[in-house]
Design a protein. Structure first.
Length: 349
C-alpha cells in the first residue's frame, strides 16, 4: 500500500544566527503585539550575550540529520522539509518549496511535546497561513500528535536525569531535589488546555523511572513573559530554589522537561539566572540535558511518524492517560485574548 504522506515537515520556532539577525527576528516574534521597543531591546541583550547566535536552528539541523538516518534504517524514505515560525527557513518559503517539488500531503512534526495554544494550535495556524500564501498548490498538512507520554520521550528524559544525578555524591543524593521546568503561560491560557496535566504526567513518569519519590520533585516554570499584573503559571524556578533553600535543601537537579533542546531560554534562564541564584544560596545545582538528539527520543519520533504511515498501528503511550488523538479537537487549546505582554526569549516548548 502506498504511504498516505509523501513528505515530513519539521516545524520550529526559529532563532537568529548572527547579531544582525536579532532585531529582525524579535520583530517577527512580536509582530502585531503592543510591546514597547525598549523591552524588545532588553530581550535582544540576552541574545547579544551569545554573540547573536541562538543554538536552536543548529539543534534542529542536528535532529534532522539523526532522524534521517533513523528513518532510512527503518525503510521510511520520505523527504524531510523544515520551516520556522519566526526565522529562516521561514514556513511560507518551505511550503512553497514543497509545492514546487510536487508534495501533496505532508506530516508535520511540531517541535513540542505538549498541548497549549502557543505550542500546538498557534503552529497549526502558522501552517494554515503558509498554505494560504502558497495558494491552491500548497500541500495538505497533518500534525503528529502530542507525545508527552510516549515511552521513548519519557525514557530519554529519564536517562538524562539519571546522568545528572551521577554528579552528586551518595551523601548529597540523600537530599537532592528535582525541579522540572517548563515555559510559563498565562493562567487563562493554561486553564483552557491540558498543558499542566500533561507536564505533570511527564514529570511523574520520569521520576518513577529514575526512582525519585513524589516529595522530592516539583514542576516549576521559567521564562515568564507577561505583565506583572497578569497571572501566569507559578512558581518561578528562582523563587522555587529560594524556597528549597529555606527548607534546608542544598542539592538540586534542574531539568527543562518542557523543552526539547538546549536553546537560549534554557541557557539564559537556567544556566545563567538559576545557577546564579544557586550560587547565592549556597546550593549545588546540576542542570539535566533536554532530550535533543538522544537515541531513544529519535526512535520515538520515528515511531510517531510510522504510526501515521500505517493507520492500523497501535498508538503507544505510558502512564495514566491514553495517547493523544491524531487530530486535535476543534475546541482544543483556544487562543487567549490579545493583551500587551513582554516577549518570549526564544524557542518552542
Amino acid at each position: 500500500m502506498d504511504d498516505p504522506f509523501d513528505a515530513i515537515l519539521i516545524v520550529g520556532f526559529g532563532g537568529p544566527e548572527k547579531r544582525e539577525d536579532i532585531v529582525p527576528f524579535l520583530e517577527n516574534v512580536l509582530r502585531g503585539r503592543n510591546v514597547p521597543r525598549e523591552r524588545m531591546l532588553e530581550v535582544a541583550a540576552h541574545y547579544e550575550r551569545f554573540d547573536g547566535i541562538s543554538p536552536i536552528n543548529q539543534q534542529v539541523r542536528d535532529l534532522i540529520d539523526v532522524l534521517r538516518t533513523e528513518l532510512d534504517t527503518n525503510d521510511v524514505h520520505l523527504p524531510i522539509y523544515w520551516g520556522n515560525r519566526n526565522w529562516h527557513p521561514m514556513l511560507p518559503d518551505t511550503m512553497q518549496q514543497m509545492a514546487d517539488a510536487g508534495v501533496k500531503r505532508a506530516l508535520a512534526l511540531v517541535l513540542s511535546a505538549y498541548s497549549s495554544y502557543s505550542s500546538c494550535r498557534q503552529y497549526r495556524e502558522d501552517i494554515e497561513r503558509a498554505q494560504s500564501r502558497v495558494g491552491e498548490s500548497a500541500p495538505t498538512v497533518e500534525k503528529i500528535r502530542a507525545f508527552y507520554n510516549h515511552p521513548g520521550f519519557v525514557g530519554a528524559a529519564a536517562e538524562n536525569l539519571d546522568a545528572a544525578l551521577e554528579h552528586f555524591t551518595p551523601d548529597e543524593l540523600t537530599d537532592v531535589h528535582v525541579a522540572y521546568t517548563a515555559h510559563s503561560l498565562p493562567t487563562a491560557m493554561a486553564d483552557a488546555c491540558d498543558y499542566v496535566s500533561q507536564l505533570s504526567e511527564t514529570c511523574r513518569l520520569v521520576s518513577e523511572e529514575v526512582g525519585i519519590d513524589a516529595d522530592r520533585w516539583r514542576l516549576v516554570y521559567q521564562s515568564r513573559s507577561g505583565r506583572p499584573s497578569d497571572p501566569w503559571l507559578e512558581p518561578d524556578i528562582c523563587d522555587h530554589l529560594s524556597q528549597l533553600s529555606q527548607r534546608g535543601i542544598r542539592n538540586v537537579v534542574v531539568m527543562p522537561v518542557g523543552f526539547l533542546s538546549d536553546h537560549i531560554e534554557v541557557l539564559y534562564d537556567l544556566d545563567d539566572e538559576a545557577r546564579r541564584t544557586c550560587v547565592e544560596l549556597g546550593m549545588k545545582m546540576v542542570r539535566a540535558s533536554t532530550v535533543g538528539t538522544h537515541p531513544r527520543f529519535v526512535s520515538a519520533l520515528r515511531e510517531l511518524i510510522s504510526e501515521r504511515l500505517r493507520p492500523s498501528t497501535q498508538r503507544i503511550a505510558v502512564g495514566h492517560f491514553e495517547a493523544a488523538p491524531d487530530e486535535c479537537p476543534l475546541d482544543c487549546c483556544p487562543a487567549p485574548p490579545r493583551a500587551p505582554h513582554r516577549p518570549r526569549v526564544a524557542g518552542s516548548s
